[in-house]
Design a binder for this molecule. Structure first.
Ligand code: SF4
Length: 54
């Protein structure tokens, strides 16, 4: 079983492995912003806090 990082946002399981904030499917950002302002289904939404891992 994967270890959770020390600082992560509880309740978020993220599959975006190439985000710099992703650590073992946990999000280590201080907060996330989800966009756009209007959506019709989950697939219309995305994490606007994403930053590509270097
Ligand atoms: S910032 Fe967004 S995309 Fe990146 S790990 Fe957190 S939830 Fe996932």
């Amino acid at each position: 079983m994967e270890q959770r990082p020390q600082n992560y946002l509880p309740g978020i399981k993220c599959e975006v492995k190439n985000c710099k904030y992703n650590d073992a499917h946990c999000c280590t950002a201080e907060e996330i912003r989800v966009a756009p302002q209007h959506a019709c289904c989950a697939a219309d939404t995305a994490c606007a806090t994403f930053k590509p891992a270097e």
